[in-house]
Design a binder for this molecule. Structure first.
Ligand SMILES: Nc1ncnc2c1ncn2[C@@H]1O[C@H](COP(=O)(O)OP(=O)(O)OP(=O)(O)O)[C@@H](O)[C@H]1O
Length: 661
């Protein structure tokens, strides 16, 4: 039974009573004539009242027939005796006797034109003509059609809701289960409807609250290992509970944490004002799956798999293009797992020079090698003890290192470089890559045994262009977040701009989308973001051509533009960004509009080594190419409040400058 049928079943009674009942359509307390009236008297009454017919009753007011104008006319023309009793003229019963609570559906097949309505004593209380009956029936049919349409509308509403919606009857049997709920639980609507809600929704209380009839709003319910905000709303019909609606709010918990965090921050700010030397507490919001925005079927599937994965101890390999949210999923799995009370330690395998890999992973003891720190240094495995070690960009791990990692994963023991003591390891491993590891195995670039060791459970995240339904909620989420961050009035996208976003290829996936929104929110004046504000590459690709904002396009991915100018310009931009950010690679990557990992790959590609230096010195960037030893020097003025590039010049320039003195 659908929700509309469910509601209909209650409405039906009302419809029967109100719409289909004879009482609703009859003319109550009608005029009538007695059977002992003469034809002449009856004709006068009919003429005075200007009616087409009159019910005829006996002395007890019980109907005995219907006198029509047709019958009167026939009498004048044929019989001509005006003193005849009406009673004698109605030879056949030319009416049907019905009751108030009969329905039009019950009586419409009776073959007569006039219906005389009687009470329990069979006394006349109303009349109904066939014309009224047809009117009543057609209204009923019209309303039924409308209600069928309403069912369609109701279904669209249910299916487009981001919230999970479930409806139970007063026995706790599921009558409705929308697509969002189905995606979240992985149970199809057709398998859910008709079953007790307790068999379908984990930890549900709908079957209980439908009995108590107390609405519950914003309560926490643990479903599939995750705290969710739910509302439970009873459905009343007259003075009886006939069912209950359950709503599952996906983004609620994080929003609550954010509110809590904001309140905490305010509180701390006030406390600091009172006690300036107080140590500030570290309150951070934990990443959970409900922070992963998306309503597409594939996102729901990945989230469901992630929830299941979190419950196991097996290593997970998260695959997907850059910017699809692999790290976000890794953190969510950690926070849902039994390792959540331990640390989440991340290691970007693409960002570590080969010779430092071993010490980064396993740590070293004091004096293990020249330059080793006093007291040694713990490795990432040790730091991640009782928690999760996230090996990002695992495809970039050198083969020699893979062998060592494999041994640790098999033996579950770690020894620091230069050490003798074994540390027993209790660490959950989550690896991620944007490369095709299987292909790498075939090419001999990745060890097969390692591949199978880390890939016990694979969590593939589809690129954003393959889950376009996620784009509108991502826009709305990030516009709000960015406006909040920059304290600007909330902006909105036109539907054309949203559609351009949906048609764009998003090679950088969600990261690129977030960066684009940040640029748009920052640079667009006014509160409406339309297609003419969109970056040129997007407008070009999606065909939304109209006046493109130059300002925005100048700032859009600097590196993309540099690429078209050739390697040298690209290199120059990278160097400039590095200098301007004093060697902070994350900030430099941000400035260039690329991910940190991409920056590391580019540094590798161009063989750039950045050497940090003290203020007021020449920053020296070495490039070990085949042809020249040193090719770029950058001079910075470290006296100014901001480090800025004065010039970039090559070794030839330097030689020339030296010659010029
Ligand atoms: N579904 C999502 N909902 C909300 N934010 C998302 C989602 N997916 C990704 N993001 C955001 O996009 C950015 C990139 O995500 P993340 O770093 O997890 O991607 P990644 O796949 O690990 O990238 P890379 O392979 O380049 O390291 C982050 O700011 C993250 O918060």
């Amino acid at each position: 039974m659908s929700i509309q049928h469910f509601i209909n079943s209650f409405d039906e009674a009302i419809a029967d009573e109100k719409l289909l009942k004879v009482e609703r359509w009859m003319i109550p307390n009608p005029y009538f004539i007695r059977g002992d009236y003469t034809i002449s008297e009856a004709a006068q009454v009919v003429d005075q009242l200007r009616v087409d017919f009159m019910p005829v009753v006996d002395k007890m007011n019980r109907p005995i027939g219907v006198l029509t104008t047709k019958l009167l006319l026939h009498h004048f023309l044929i019989n001509k005796n005006m003193d005849e009793k009406v009673l004698n003229q109605i030879s056949e019963q030319n009416f049907s006797q019905v009751r108030c609570d009969d329905t039009l559906l019950d009586i419409h097949l009776l073959s007569c034109e006039h219906f005389l309505v009687v009470d329990e004593q069979d006394k006349l209380i109303g009349v109904l003509e066939r014309e009224d009956l047809i009117k009543g029936l057609s209204k009923y049919v019209r309303e039924s059609i409308e209600s069928e349409n309403n069912t369609g509308i109701l279904r669209v509403i249910l299916e487009s809701a981001y919230e999970g919606i479930a409806v139970v009857d007063d026995q706790g049997i599921l009558l409705e289960f929308n697509e969002a709920y189905s995606r979240f639980t992985g149970i199809k609507r057709e398998d859910a409807v008709g079953r007790p809600v307790t068999e379908v929704i984990e930890n549900t209380k709908l079957h209980i609250t439908v009995k108590t009839a107390i609405p519950e709003r914003g309560v926490l319910q643990n479903i599939q290992g995750q705290s969710m905000v739910v509302h439970r709303i009873p459905i009343w019909n007259k003075d009886r509970i006939v069912g209950e609606i359950g709503m599952l709010i996906f983004e609620g918990v994080t929003e609550l944490y954010h509110m809590y965090e904001r309140l905490q921050k305010n509180k701390i700010r006030e406390e600091i004002r009172e006690q300036p030397f107080m140590v500030k507490s570290q309150q951070t919001v934990k990443t959970t799956l409900d922070q992963i925005v998306g309503v597409s079927e594939s996102t729901s599937n990945v989230k469901r798999l992630a929830r299941k994965t979190a419950k196991s101890f097996a290593p997970v390999l998260i695959t997907g293009e850059s910017g699809t949210g692999k790290e976000l999923y890794a953190k969510s799995i950690h926070n849902l797992s039994s390792f959540s009370s331990g640390p989440f330690i991340s290691l970007n395998c693409g960002a570590i020079p080969e010779h430092l890999f071993e010490s980064e992973l396993f740590g070293y003891e004091e004096g293990a090698f020249t330059g080793a720190k006093k007291n040694g240094k713990p490795g990432k495995f040790e730091l991640a003890q009782n928690g999760t070690l996230f090996l990002d960009e695992i495809g970039e791990m050198p083969l020699t290192m893979q062998i060592k990692l494999l041994r640790v994963l098999q033996e579950k023991e770690v020894v620091r470089i230069g050490g003798v003591k074994n540390y027993e390891m209790n660490v959950r491993i989550i690896a991620a890559t944007n490369r095709n590891l299987m292909e790498m195995v075939e090419m001999g670039e990745f060890r097969e045994d390692q591949y199978f060791r880390i890939n016990v459970i694979e969590l593939p995240i589809p690129p954003l262009r393959k889950r376009k339904e996620d784009i509108p909620p991502l826009i709305s989420h990030y516009v709000k977040e960015v406006c909040n961050k920059f304290q600007t009035p909330e902006k909105m996208f036109t539907s054309a701009a949203v559609s351009a976003f949906m048609n764009y290829h998003w090679r950088g996936n969600v990261r690129e989308l977030v960066n684009t929104i940040e640029k748009l929110v920052t640079l667009v004046d006014g509160t409406v973001i339309d297609t003419h504000h969109l970056p040129y590459n997007m407008v070009k690709e999606t065909g939304h051509i109209s006046g493109v904002s130059d300002e925005l396009n100048q700032k859009s991915n600097l590196l993309d533009k540099a690429k078209s100018l050739g390697n040298e310009r690209e290199k120059e931009l990278i160097l400039t960004a590095l200098v301007q950010t004093a060697g902070n690679k994350s900030k430099a990557a941000d400035q260039l509009g690329i991910h940190r990992t991409t920056l590391y790959q580019k540094l590798k590609k161009f063989n750039i080594r950045y050497t940090e230096c003290s203020p007021n010195t020449t920053i020296y960037i070495q490039k070990c190419s085949v042809r020249t030893t040193f090719s770029s020097y950058i001079t910075v003025n470290a006296h100014s409040p901001y480090w800025h590039v004065i010039c970039i010049y090559t070794c030839e320039d330097k030689k020339r400058r030296n010659q010029d003195g």
